[in-house]
Design a binder for this molecule. Sequence first.
Ligand SMILES: [Zn+2]
Length: 144
Amino acid sequence: MVVIGQNAFSDALDRIIAGAEARDTRTPERRAADAARRETEGRAYAERLAAERLAFLARAPRYAMPGGGAGRSSALTGSLRTGTEGDQGRRLHIVAEEDCGSWCATGTALCGATPGRRSHGWGDVRNEPADCPRCLARLAGAGA
Ligand SMILES: [Zn+2]
């Protein structure tokens, strides 16, 4: 096995970069134009993603929380270790929308369910309506 030192490694990287630049036969103007085009395409892509996200959020179920604010259908993400925890992420609870998909949120669902110690919190907003019977009962009770 060949052990390569830090300096030898960065020298090798420099040689690779220099080689790539030497092979790039575009004029500086052409390079700038290509970079500008890539940037424009990237921005258009980001705008399309954002529009799709807004459309998704507009379609997904949204619940008026008893304590104010909006709730969304979401599942526990479980832990990276096992990929599952508690109800194994199959039950869709009603969770404050700011707690959905944040990967570290420790918020409590309407029914009182909370992410476990090893959990990665609440998953992203779901398209399917919440199906946790206790969450739905709380919601119905609050609306009465
Ligand atoms: Zn619930």
